[in-house]
Design a protein around this ligand. Structure first.
Ligand SMILES: *[C@@H]1O[C@H](CO)[C@@H](O)[C@H](O)[C@H]1NC(C)=O
Ligand SMILES: *[C@@H]1O[C@H](CO)[C@@H](O)[C@H](O)[C@H]1NC(C)=O
Ligand SMILES: *[C@@H]1O[C@H](CO)[C@@H](O)[C@H](O)[C@H]1NC(C)=O
Length: 243
């Protein structure tokens, strides 16, 4: 028994070490982008939306990053954190694309799936990104549900760790109405205070059509039909139409 104990203890320690060790931690996106000031806002929101851990967890990934001014345009729309997560998830491709591969696409274009596509929040083909290598050597990215909006352009390669993670800068945030569908959550405020734009609403709060609630509680006042933007009442998710 005396001789068995150290062995047991040793194996137990090994087990503990294995359990606490990060799973195949090949990259840390927060660390990769930390040294590049022009992507500080993008990096910050990867952490806020918890997409950073999603990126670190995956072994083969391509990140389409936008610089601080590109992020400022997105934040000016005052999206909820959940919506912001969907928008940014669309910029995480679940395959490896280095700058070289972008210029060697078979047939000149390809469809890449994104983390938004695999999130279960993207119906149909939304969440797929069309990457096109144009004749002049220009590479563009467009969401499948961009609805004819101009594609975004490849700017430069930021970081390539073949074939684990590739960070590519794109000109601006991808246009995808589906990814920007409002989701209930607390709103994020941009780092710099901007006057709220009247045209964009933070969330479309719709009352479910089938609100056949039993009207038993006569003593309690009925809830307001249209929650005000300043109220703490969380917005209800918009009803999804099944296809
Ligand atoms: C890619 O990830 C693997 C496993 O995590 C790691 O062993 C390898 O060093 C990584 N490659 C690069 C270039 O970082
Ligand atoms: C990634 O790097 C950041 C900044 O260096 C650090 O705070 C964080 O703990 C790291 N995450 C992991 C999972 O190692
Ligand atoms: C990507 O978009 C271009 C331009 O709209 C189109 O010609 C091409 O067929 C698309 N590629 C794929 C793989 O869907």
């Amino acid at each position: 028994m005396r001789r068995v104990f150290p062995l047991l203890a040793a194996s137990l320690l090994l087990l503990l070490a294995a359990a606490s060790a990060p799973v195949a931690q090949g990259h840390n996106i927060t660390k990769i982008l930390a040294g590049i000031p022009e992507f500080s806002t993008f990096n910050h929101y990867l952490t806020v939306t918890h997409l950073a851990s999603e990126i670190n967890r995956r072994l083969t990934i391509t990140l389409l990053a936008v610089d601080n001014s590109g992020m400022a345009d997105l934040l000016a729309k005052h999206l909820s954190v959940l919506t912001l997560r969907n928008v940014l998830a669309l910029h995480i491709l679940t395959d490896y694309y280095g700058a070289k591969k972008l210029h060697q696409l078979t047939g000149g274009s390809t469809l890449a799936s994104s983390v938004f596509q695999s999130s279960g929040h993207a119906p149909g083909t939304t969440g797929y990104i069309n990457i096109t290598d144009h004749r002049a050597g220009k590479v563009t990215f467009a969401a499948e549900d961009s609805g004819g909006a101009p594609p975004v352009s490849f700017v430069k390669s930021v970081k390539e760790m073949p074939y684990n993670i590739s960070v590519l800068q794109v000109s601006t945030i991808l246009s995808s109405p589906e990814s920007r569908r409002s989701l209930p959550s607390t709103r994020t405020s941009p780092p710099t205070a901007r006057p709220p734009s009247s045209s964009t609403t933070a969330c479309r709060c719709t009352t479910p059509r089938s609100s056949s609630r039993p009207t038993t509680a006569s003593s309690t006042p009925s809830p307001p039909t249209a929650p005000t933007r300043t109220s703490t009442t969380p917005c209800r998710p918009t009803a999804r139409t099944s296809r």
